[in-house]
Design a protein around this ligand. Structure first.
Ligand code: SF4
Ligand code: SF4
Length: 172
């Protein structure tokens, strides 16, 4: 999702728990970049109007009022029409996992997982964040789930860069 300057990030050690409340905030005025494989899956299935080109990749189309093309309202909840196949960037929200403490609070954001160090923040815009002392479930289930998701995403980006490099070498 594209970031704004007034982005407020909460380090994970200040978060007691998190669960999605289907408020839809992350689906309004957020541009969602797509991996090529996501674009190749979504565009043929939902048509050219579902995506829009950007400088380096395709994005999910934002409608004029800022809503994502796939957002739909059901009663009080906002749901994703492609929930089971939504892009990595959507699946990772509101977690932001980094290899350096980009948003400060180094000690509060540091996470040791599988012999690796990450810095984990949550986007304060999300309605599902409960501030407090991290619960057992948050530490043992939620955080590892999102770190694994992040690692899978990074692997895909890394693989794409290698393929690009190889094709550049081939054409050199
Ligand atoms: S902002 Fe948070 S609570 Fe709201 S839909 Fe997105 S992830 Fe769920
Ligand atoms: S694809 Fe789904 S989860 Fe992602 S922004 Fe659109 S409606 Fe929200």
């Amino acid at each position: 999702m594209s970031e704004t300057n007034n982005l407020h990030m909460v380090p994970w050690k200040l978060v007691g728990d998190w669960s999605c409340k289907f408020c839809g905030k992350c689906c309004i005025n957020h541009r969602i970049p797509l991996l090529f494989e996501e674009y190749a899956r979504i565009e043929p299935r939902y048509g050219p109007r579902s995506v829009e080109p950007g400088e380096k990749c395709f994005y999910i189309r934002l409608l004029r009022d800022g809503r994502c093309f796939f957002l739909r309202r059901q009663g009080e909840k906002y749901l994703c029409r492609i929930h089971n196949e939504k892009p990595y960037v959507c699946r990772m929200f509101p977690f932001r996992i980094l290899s350096s403490p980009k948003y400060g609070d180094e000690a509060l954001s540091k996470l040791q997982y599988d012999n690796e160090v990450f810095y984990v923040y949550l986007n304060a815009e999300c309605s599902g964040i409960v501030l407090g002392s991290p619960s057992k479930k948050f530490v043992e289930e939620t955080l590892p789930e999102f770190v694994r998701l992040y690692e899978a995403y990074v692997e895909k980006i890394f693989a794409k860069k290698i393929v690009e490099k190889q094709s550049l070498l081939k054409t050199a």
